[in-house]
Design a protein around this ligand. Structure first.
Ligand code: FRU
Length: 504
C-alpha cells in the first residue's frame, strides 16, 4: 500500500515530541554530526520518497541547543557513483583540501558511495568513499569533482567513514569498517588516503556486519588518564536481537588502535539505539569565545532509535525513524574496568514543566499506582537502594511496559511484550530485553526515564546502564506502578514526575 504522505503536523499519533524526527519519509543513521559557528548540525540517512529505506540521501537539520531543531533542505543527493551512505563532516580549518580558502575554510563531508547496480551485478567493490564540501557553513553542498577519493579493491561492506583531526600527528584520520573489522587510514588533505592498520577481526561481537565506527579520545573520570574509545555498530548480533552498538576502550598511537578489553561491552542494551556516533569538534583554541553553545571537550552522541530487525515496519506515518536524545558520554573506571556512560545532555532540562515530587515506602509485596496523565511526554526520576523492584507504565487498555530490577540475577529487564501494537513484526516483542547490571553500586542510585509518545529511554546510575526501546501503545500510558518484589521494605526517594514541553 502506498503510504498517505500528508504534510507533517508533528501532532500525529506516535510522533516523538522530545526527539528529532524528519517531517516526512524514511530516516536512519545520524551522519556528519558537527558543531560549527554556534550550530549543531545533524545530517541523516534519508529517503525522501517513501517511509521505507531506498536510495539514500543526506537530510539535514540544525540546532543551537541540541533540543530544538530547524529542518534544512536535503544536503546530498545520489549521483553517478551511487547512493549516499553514512559518513562524517569535518571543518577543514587549515583548508588542507584546497576546496575553500584560508579565510573561508570548507566544511567537508566524507561519505560512502553505494553503487546498487554494481552490487546487483555481483561486483564486490560497490562501496567507495567520496567528498562533498560547503563554503557557506553547511547551507549548500557541492560534490567534489574527482570523486571517489578512496576507491575499493574488492572489499564488501567498506563503509561509514568517520574522520577526526589527529592534532598529535597533524593528520586527518579516518576510521572505516570493512565487513568484519575496522580500518584506519590517514591523509594530509582529505583527498588522498593511506592505510594505517586494521583492528577487530577476532575481537568483540561478530554476530553481524560491522558498521558506523567512531574513534575518539576521552578522559577517564576526573583523572588525567586518557583512553581511546571505539564505537562499532553491529547488525544483527545485538544483545537483545538485531542491531546494537558495542565499544572498545584502548589506545591509539597515531597508527594503530589496540585494546586489552576482553568482554564485549554495549553502549545501550535496549533494542533501539543503533548507528550512533559523536559530534566533531575542533581543538578548544580554534573558535575562542566567538560562539555560544560550544560543547568544549564534551563528547556528544546521537543514535538512530530503531532496529533493522523491524525498523521498516513500525506503525508511523508520514515519517519513519527518530533519533535518541543527544547524550553526553563519559568514561569511568569501575571495578578495574573501563565503562562508557551515556546520559542526556543537560540542555534537555529546559523542557521540564509541571513538576510533581513525591516519595514512597513499600512494605514487602506492596504496590502503589500513581496516576500521571502527562506520562506519554515526561521525565520520571527516582533514587533507590533496592535491587528488587518493578516499575510499570500502564494504560487503561491493560497495555504496559514492565521494568524489573532483579538482584539475584543482577539483571535489569525491559518487557514490552504487551505494550501495545507489536504485531507489525514478529521480532518486535518476542522476548524480554535483558541488561546485566553487575557493577551497579549498592546505592542509592538514580533511575531516570525519558518517556515520549513512542519510546522510552532508561538511564540507571547516571548513564552507567542504559536501555532504549520503541513503544506503540494504542492509547497513551497514564499511570505508573511501583512494586516491591524484595524481601524487605523498600523506599523510592526523590520521585520526580515532570511533564515535558514539546521541542516542536
Ligand atoms: C547502518 C547502515 C550503514 C550504511 C547505512 C545505509 O544502519 O547500514 O552501514 O551506511 O545504514 O543507509
Amino acid at each position: 500500500m502506498t503510504p498517505d504522505f500528508k504534510s507533517a503536523t508533528y501532532t500525529e499519533t506516535y510522533r516523538p515530541q522530545l526527539h528529532f524526527s524528519p517531517p516526512q519519509f524514511w530516516m536512519n543513521d545520524p551522519n556528519g554530526l558537527i558543531y560549527h559557528k554556534g550550530k549543531y548540525h545533524l545530517f541523516y540517512q534519508y529517503y525522501p520518497e517513501d517511509i521505507k529505506w531506498g536510495p539514500m540521501h543526506w537530510g539535514h537539520a540544525v540546532s543551537t541547543d541540541l533540543v530544538h531543531w530547524q529542518h534544512k533542505p536535503t544536503a546530498l543527493f545520489p549521483d553517478e557513483h551511487g547512493y549516499i551512505f553514512s559518513g562524517s563532516v569535518v571543518l577543514d580549518f587549515g583548508n588542507t583540501s584546497g576546496l575553500g580558502s584560508a579565510e573561508n575554510p570548507p566544511m567537508v563531508a566524507i561519505f560512502t558511495y553505494h553503487d546498487a547496480e554494481a552490487k546487483e551485478d555481483g561486483a564486490k567493490n560497490y562501496e567507495t568513499q567520496g567528498l562533498a564540501y560547503s563554503l557557506d557553513d553547511g547551507e549548500t553542498w557541492e560534490m567534489y569533482v574527482n570523486n571517489p577519493v578512496l576507491p575499493n579493491d574488492g572489499m564488501e561492506d567498506f563503509r561509514d567513514p568517520k574522520v577526526f583531526w589527529d592534532a598529535s600527528n597533524n593528520a586527518w584520520v579516518m576510521s572505516i569498517v570493512a565487513g568484519d573489522h575496522l580500518q584506519l587510514w590517514n591523509s594530509s588533505d582529505l583527498k588522498s588516503w593511506k592505510k594505517l592498520s586494521n583492528f577487530g577481526k577476532r575481537r568483540g561481537a561478530h554476530g553481524g556486519v560491522w558498521e558506523c565506527p567512531d574513534l575518539f579520545k576521552m578522559k577517564v573520570g576526573d583523572t588525567d588518564e586518557e583512553k581511546w574509545v571505539l564505537l562499532i555498530s553491529i547488525n544483527p548480533g545485538g544483545p537483545n536481537g538485531g542491531s546494537a552498538t558495542q565499544y572498545f576502550v584502548g589506545d591509539f598511537d597515531g597508527q594503530q588502535f589496540t585494546s586489552e578489553q576482553q568482554e564485549t561491552q554495549w553502549v545501550d542494551w535496549g533494542t533501539d539505539n543503533y548507528a550512533g556516533v559523536t559530534y566533531f569538534t575542533l581543538p578548544k583554541d580554534y573558535y575562542g569565545d566567538t560562539y555560544e553553545n560550544d560543547p568544549g571537550q564534551d563528547r556528544i552522541f546521537i543514535g538512530w532509535m530503531n532496529n533493522w530487525d523491524y525498523g521498516q515496519e513500525t506503525p508511523t506515518t508520514p515519517w519513519r525513524g527518530a533519533m535518541t536524545v543527544p547524550r553526553k558520554l563519559s568514561l569511568q573506571k569501575v571495578a578495574g574496568r573501563y565503562m562508557l556512560y551515556n546520559y542526556p545532555v543537560p540542555q534537555l532540562e529546559q523542557l521540564k514543566t509541571e513538576v510533581q515530587e513525591t516519595e514512597l515506602e513499600l512494605a514487602i509485596g506492596d504496590k502503589k499506582e500513581i496516576k500521571f496523565d502527562g506520562l506519554e511526554q515526561s521525565e520520571v526520576r527516582f533514587t533507590t537502594e533496592s535491587k528488587d523492584f518493578v516499575v510499570k507504565l500502564k494504560n487503561t487498555k491493560n497495555e504496559e511496559v514492565v521494568l524489573t530490577m532483579n538482584s539475584e540475577q543482577k539483571l535489569f529487564l525491559l518487557d514490552r511484550v504487551v505494550s501495545g501494537k507489536t504485531d507489525f513484526n514478529e521480532k518486535f516483542a518476542n522476548q524480554i530485553q535483558q541488561m546485566p547490571v553487575a557493577e551497579l553500586p549498592e546505592g542509592p542510585y538514580e533511575v531516570r526515564m525519558l518517556n515520549d509518545r513512542s519510546s522510552i529511554e532508561v538511564f540507571i546510575n547516571k548513564g552507567q546502564y542504559t536501555m532504549t526501546a520503541q513503544l506503540f501503545p494504542t492509547e497513551p500510558y497514564d499511570a505508573l506502578e511501583f512494586e516491591n518484589v524484595s524481601e524487605t521494605s523498600i523506599r523510592f526517594d526523590n520521585i520526580v514526575l515532570a511533564q515535558m514541553k514539546t521541542i516542536w
